[in-house]
Design a protein around this ligand. Structure first.
Ligand SMILES: NC(=O)c1ccc[n+]([C@@H]2O[C@H](COP(=O)([O-])OP(=O)(O)OC[C@H]3O[C@@H](n4cnc5c(N)ncnc54)[C@H](O)[C@@H]3O)[C@@H](O)[C@H]2O)c1
Length: 325
């Protein structure tokens, strides 16, 4: 009989893709989600959902026992950078205390495997060149700091509890694995661009005087379906080998500029509204691109999709966000 994995935040944008990848690979999952930003409609039929917060340690432990859970993929968190600046206590509570609560439930029930959703935000403004896992971690906003503190918390609890864990540092996630699993958020460049184009508004580009070839910021965009497969690779490694304790960048190793993304979105949607350059934000790092060599060598994972497929799939899944009244 195959073991059961608990996916926290499984009803969210990335979580639903992870759940889909796990079930397609024949793995059993149970989802814990408070539905604060997720939706049960994103889950495949037959996947059990326990609607509760990860802050509820007792319920988490009861779920782990009831489903005989072998390991946890912990995605549940708040992720809006701007909101984290305004509400740092809330972000520490949800992200850091949420992870502490999960670790406590794992301790109480003897669950020993953990995959953690981390972020390139832990690197802050990295020095020039590809970002490796040993690039210094110096987050520049409370969201990034909570992710780094969670990594420390997991490392320290793991040493005491005998956990095996892998922290996946996602770069810029976009795209959709199917038209029903699009990103419902509006905080990333691609969603903002699609939203602007479909509302007949010129997409905004923040600064074209960065030290990059076209003057706009360069990021490493990763297809959410590729990212979901990286979780499968992490789960398989945790089941195969004992005592894992590591960090992996999950990116393509290829950068695309803001201008590249906006131009490609215009091409794919057929809506050719020219973009508008507005003042750049001093804090934006000019270039953040992953070196994915480590996850490729050690977990055998490699991104399959490029920018075109990410934008095409995001467009096929695009639903206009409700307009605030
Ligand atoms: N989207 C990105 O580009 C990106 C990049 C790096 C890291 N991440 C991380 O990936 C994870 C998933 O992000 P996403 O983009 O799918 O966001 P999302 O908001 O779509 O998903 C988060 C899910 O967690 C649930 N949740 C939030 N707080 C919870 C709590 N206290 N208890 C139980 N459930 C809770 C939400 O209802 C939602 O279903 C997060 O940890 C995020 O920090 C995302």
């Amino acid at each position: 009989m195959t073991s059961t994995w608990l996916v926290t935040g499984g009803a969210g944008y990335i979580g639903a893709h992870v759940v889909q990848a796990m079930t397609r690979a024949g793995r059993r999952v149970v989802v814990v989600d408070d539905l604060s930003t997720g939706s049960p409609t994103r889950l495949p039929a037959g996947v059990p959902l326990e609607t509760c917060s990860v802050l509820d340690t007792a319920t988490l432990a009861a779920v782990m026992t009831r489903y005989d859970v072998t390991g946890v993929i912990h995605l549940a968190a708040k992720k809006a950078v701007g909101e984290s600046v305004d509400l740092p206590l809330y972000y520490y509570d949800q992200n850091v205390r949420g992870t502490a609560s999960l670790l406590e439930a794992m301790r109480a029930t003897g669950v020993r495997n953990l995959v953690f959703s981390s972020s390139a935000a832990v690197y802050g403004v990295p020095p020039a060149g590809l970002v490796t896992e040993s690039t210094p971690t110096l987050p520049i906003n409370p969201y990034g700091t909570t992710k780094l503190v969670c990594e420390w918390l997991i490392r320290d609890a793991a040493a005491a509890q005998g956990l095996s864990w892998l922290s996946l540092r996602y770069f810029n996630v976009c795209g959709a694995g199917s038209p029903l699993l699009g990103d419902p958020g509006t905080a990333n460049l691609l969603q903002l661009t699609l939203q602007a184009l479909t509302r007949d508004v010129r997409p905004k580009v923040f600064g074209d005087d960065h030290p990059t070839p076209d003057g706009t910021c360069i990021r490493d965009y990763i297809h959410v379906a590729d990212l979901a497969d990286a979780h499968l690779a992490a789960v398989e490694a945790l089941l195969d080998r004992d005592g894992l304790a590591d960090y992996y960048n999950v990116g393509t190793g290829e950068g695309a500029s803001v201008r590249d993304v906006v131009m490609a979105a215009q091409h794919i949607t057929g809506i050719h509204l020219p973009y508008e350059v507005v003042a750049g934000r001093a804090i934006d790092p000019p270039e953040v691109v992953a070196d994915p060599a480590r996850i490729m060598a050690e977990l055998g994972w490699k991104a399959q999709y490029g920018l075109h497929e990410m934008i095409e799939s995001a467009w096929a899944a695009y639903r206009p966000a409700p307009v605030a009244v």
